[in-house]
Design a protein around this ligand. Structure first.
Ligand code: KG4
Ligand code: ZN
Length: 339
């Protein structure tokens, strides 16, 4: 069975093709991505209208490149992200997927983007054991419980009550004048800093937080207050130390809560996903804490952590193998789709 995945929920147009080898094992046949990230840079964030137009221009060429790379004329099934994401951006991928599925006369499957971020790990690390997944990107911060990928629903253990982790990186980077996307720039700036010089708050880490939720807006405000106070006093802002202190707070909270969630649900594997898992301190702390807790850590390579079509194909293949029925061609997009 050869499965195609189409992704257009944000600023990446992705078409991925995988082969279901069996027993939760996938072979990667194609991974084509066109990004409009450069077109958004001067606006300091993703502009939905620009993203939609870029998808329109990129979708057919990206599709052709993927088919050529896989060496096939058509797949056995077409899967597409229907949400969560930007409404106009999602529409482009969904319209294309329906058109191709109808023209090729193959089944069509509506896929949840968040589950895709989890499933993509099987490309690199093979069949997925019961696990907790931590998704961190510009748009999402989620702790998920995966029991039997493709066969039992993924359960949300917690999410952010305000800003996504990547969004906090982007906002703090902008505050510090580091540009967009801010995550990588802030990570680099933090390399020269002392992460204990300025200590910022850890949101929602109290013992009474039954759900595994996150909050990052207080942290962002704390950084803003710190910078303002320095500027008012006419003192220089220790950029590298602020970046390192902020990054330490985010990485500390994310890894502490992820390990706690894994222990609470009784699994011994933690999967990371999403673009912000590129963060060096987050990876380092996750490794340290998982090792200490006897938890196996699985982190896909960066290319698979950011948005792509392969993740949609990977989840689709698991669902199809699990007996899921095709979606109707009348299914719509759902920008606020929950897990
Ligand atoms: O998954 P992704 O490519 O797109 C979304 O779906 O949002 O994630 C992009 C996010 C951005 O917020 C970016 O600033 C953040 O991931 N990011 C990082 C790093 N690299 C990317 N955040 C912190 N440290 C990094 N090294
Ligand atoms: Zn994503």
């Amino acid at each position: 069975m050869i499965v195609m995945g189409i992704e257009s929920s944000c600023d990446e147009t992705g078409v991925g093709i995988v082969r279901w080898v069996g027993d939760g094992t996938l072979e990667l046949l194609a991974d084509e991505v066109a990004s409009s990230v450069d077109e958004h840079a001067r606006f300091g964030g993703v502009v939905p209208e620009i993203a939609s137009r870029a998808h329109l221009e990129a979708i057919v060429p990206t599709m052709r490149r993927a088919l050529a790379a896989a060496g096939i004329a058509k797949p056995d099934a077409v899967c597409v992200t229907i949400g969560p994401g930007l409404a106009g951006a999602l529409l482009v991928g969904v319209a294309a997927a329906k058109a191709y599925a109808a023209a090729w006369d193959v089944p069509f499957y509506a896929i949840n983007h968040l589950g895709g971020h989890v499933a993509v790990d099987t490309i690199e690390h093979g069949p997925m054991p019961p696990c907790v997944a931590l998704l961190v990107s510009g748009g999402h911060t989620h702790l998920l419980h995966v029991e039997d990928l493709g066969r039992t629903p993924i359960v949300e253990l917690g999410t952010t009550v305000d800003d996504a982790a990547g969004e906090a990186f982007d906002k703090v980077a902008r505050l510090l004048g580091l540009g967009f996307p801010g995550g990588p720039a802030l990570d680099r700036a933090a390399q020269d800093g002392d992460r204990t010089a300025v200590v910022f708050p850890r949101g929602m880490t109290g013992p009474r937080d039954a759900r595994h939720d996150f909050s990052f807006s207080g942290l962002k405000t704390a950084v803003a207050r710190f910078v303002e106070a320095r500027e008012r006093a006419g003192e220089p802002v220790p950029l590298a130390d602020v970046a390192a202190g902020f990054q330490e707070s985010v990485a500390d909270v994310l890894t502490m809560k992820a390990v706690r969630a894994a222990q609470d649900v009784g699994v011994d594997t933690l999967v990371l996903g999403g673009g912000a898992t590129a963060n060096s301190r987050l990876r380092e702390l996750a490794e340290e804490r998982c090792a200490a807790a006897g938890i196996t850590l699985r982190v896909p390579r960066p290319r698979l952590c950011t948005d792509n079509g392969v993740m949609i194909a990977a989840l689709g293949a698991h669902l199809i193998a699990g007996g899921a029925q095709p979606s109707a061609l009348t299914v719509g997009t759902d920008p606020g789709l929950p897990v």
